[in-house]
Design a protein around this ligand. Sequence first.
Ligand code: CA
Length: 352
Amino acid sequence: MKKLMLAVLASSALFGSVAVQAADIELKLAHTWPKGFPLFGTSVDEYAELVKELSDGRIEVKVDSRNKHKSAFGIFDFVKSGQYDIGQSASYYYGGKDPDTLFFTTMPFGMTSAEQTAWFYEGGGLDLANEVYGKHGIEVMPAGNTGMQMGGWFRKEINSVDDLKGLKMRIPGFGGKVMAGVGAIPTNIPAGELFQALERGTIDALEWVGPSLDLRMGFHKVAPFYYSGWHEPSTELMYFFNQEKMQSLPEWAQSILRNAAKLTAHNMTTETFHASAENWSQISQQFPDVQIKQFPASVIAALRESNEKLITAESERSEIAARIVASQKAYLEKARAWTVIGDKLYLDSVSE
Ligand code: CA
């Protein structure tokens, strides 16, 4: 009897260890940011932790920052080729790989964070993103949102469209193109040199993120005018998964990887909102000379017109681009009507 028990125990122990080994999954993840970069980078470390916890240690995600892989904007290629199983970056960095990836981060005059998140999950946005990325063997999911990005730090006030002519501003991507359309000169300068460029007047203005990440850059010390946002109203980061690798995994593992992404995205959005509130309170108290400004209506109208021209050109570029632009436009219209009678009227009514 004793022998039999031992045999049963031995076989169940053996079965147990085989089962654990068979379920052991090691995945490699690359992200765009320096190691430990606040919010954007730390949320990826949280993702790896969460996956480990949810899988009871059966899935291990090894995170490489750009300090390791040396290619901030190589994430798309890393995941496409399978060199990495997962990536985290921003979709709009990959317009050179596929111009249809442009639309899945944020668009000038586009949706707010709440509106865009609803578009991704409920309004067909994520399906469109996966249609674009699917052509490259990549599955994507939203990875967290900065919320409203500020229009940037300016050394001088902007009172008319003429004040933008010849203005040298660090504003990358599509927003930069819109600015160029009204006569500004968008420049790109490495992050480490931005403060000095603004301080010395090599550039007249720059945009970065919002209080969440602007505070540590110190721009408020050299440019007193902080303009409200228009060009990146809801910058969403993106998780990339190598499709072949993802589909080779057991269902439970796929579910953990996707749901941990969803939860991490939610956490990053919340953490960034919190950091903006905290940091703005610090800036406004310690630097009372910083002034919040809004562009005059004439400037906004000119930027809007420049944006419309560019969007029209984009939507004529490919069949799917036309569908994405139409989908965003229709969703924005519907969602905005609600935002206006909900949040906006509330804020208008209760603001002192
Ligand atoms: Ca920005």
